[in-house]
Design a protein around this ligand. Structure first.
Ligand code: G6P
Length: 364
């Protein structure tokens, strides 16, 4: 079937707008009533560690999932870049669960890493979009993300669905390991069910992102900050921007700013701060104030409460819907994507086919 842009200028724009539906679609495959039901069972109570391996945006999804596996399931989780993991010759314990995340299922480095872990790990799990792929074939269990065909080289809806599946896996693991009781599971599932609606609401920041694009497109560097799971989301914001707008961007953990990159801050540096209302909000805000004291131009991404408390002196605020912090990384994929998208459109770069990049990298 031919995929059309359906009135959008770019596939990427279309795919960003599809996310409330594609997210709702995948959730319906992993939720029954008020419980998480995995398409294939896996016993997470018999494993002592989860080793996640991927490349690019999929690796960022794993880095968010590390917080979920550890906090919700008390399951130690490691994340590696596939091209490093495969050559490091690290030990793989027989009780380790190896989990590979890949949209295409064909990324050469991820496939090679999978083959390295095969025969050593307790099981090979994969989270893929293309279920008829090399990575899917070589796995013991596949968890499909049901995102449909993704055309834009920079991953958007596949990333969001990877996050959704990884969160469902973490909740299932938490239930099996006795860390989540039936009532908490029902609460988490209720939260998941709200997500597609919150994503639709979140898309209303698009107009602001468009308005900010001209200023962002003048910058030669942009810094992204976040704490906790918002730290990998800062990486996603920086990666997207580099990929499609060719503006250099760097992500830092908010608390680590003072150990180096604060030296870069001056009035020419836009600093995007991902700060949903969560237990780390005040810490992030104090790091943000360190940036403002050095005349950095802060773009604060938060909710209405956060905006009320912390907008003084910031350059701009993007107001997101209020959300339970567990689910915030999924919602905050939107500002990461939309800021990059509109900056690139403003610059006139080839958004769907950025220079030097391929949708799927099947060479080492
Ligand atoms: C390429 C794409 C990225 C993608 C990465 C991993 O570099 O440009 O958008 O995240 O490959 O791809 P995969 O198919 O393994 O998720």
């Amino acid at each position: 079937t031919r995929i059309e842009k359906a009135g959008h200028r770019h596939f990427m724009g279309k795919e960003i707008h599809e996310q409330p539906q594609t997210l709702s679609g995948v959730l319906s495959r992993y939720i029954e009533g008020d419980r998480i039901v995995l398409p294939t069972d896996y016993d997470f109570s018999a494993t002592d560690r989860i080793q996640m391996v991927a490349c690019g945006t999929a690796q960022i999804a794993c880095s968010v999932a590390k917080y979920w596996f550890e906090a919700l399931a008390r399951l130690p989780a490691e994340v590696d870049i596939a091209s490093e993991y495969r050559y490091r010759e690290g030990p793989v314990g027989i009780d380790t669960t190896a989990l590979f995340v890949s949209q295409s299922g064909e990324t050469a480095d991820t496939l090679a890493a999978l083959r390295y872990a095969r025969g050593k790990a307790r099981a090979i799990l994969s989270v893929v979009n293309v279920v008829e792929s090399s990575i899917a074939r070589d796995s013991d269990i596949i968890y499909p993300i049901h995102a449909g065909v993704e055309v834009g080289v920079a991953s958007t809806k596949a990333f969001v669905n990877q996050l959704a599946v990884l969160l469902c896996l973490a909740i299932a693991a938490g239930v099996q390991r006795g860390e989540i009781d039936a009532q908490r599971e029902a609460e988490l599932v209720a939260g998941l069910k709200l997500l597609p609606g919150l994503m639709s609401q979140g898309l209303t920041i698009e107009e602001r992102c468009e308005a900010l694009a001209s200023r962002l497109s003048e910058a030669s560097d942009i810094l992204f900050l976040g704490r906790g799971p918002m730290y990998p989301m800062a990486h996603e914001g920086a990666l997207k921007l580099k990929e499609i707008s060719y503006i250099h961007a760097e992500a830092y953990a908010s608390g680590e700013l003072k150990h180096g990159p604060i030296a870069l801050v001056d009035r020419t540096l836009p600093v995007v701060v991902f700060a949903p209302m969560d237990p780390l909000f005040e810490k992030t805000v104090s790091n943000m104030q360190e940036v403002m004291a050095r005349e950095g131009q802060v773009l604060l991404v938060t909710d209405a409460d956060g905006a009320k408390q912390a907008s003084d002196g910031v350059w701009e605020v993007l107001v997101m819907p209020r959300i339970d912090p567990v689910f915030a990384p999924i919602l905050y994929a939107l500002p990461a994507q939309l800021l990059a998208y509109h900056t690139a459109v403003h610059k006139g770069t080839d958004v769907d086919q950025p220079r030097n990049l391929a949708k799927s990298v099947t060479v080492e």
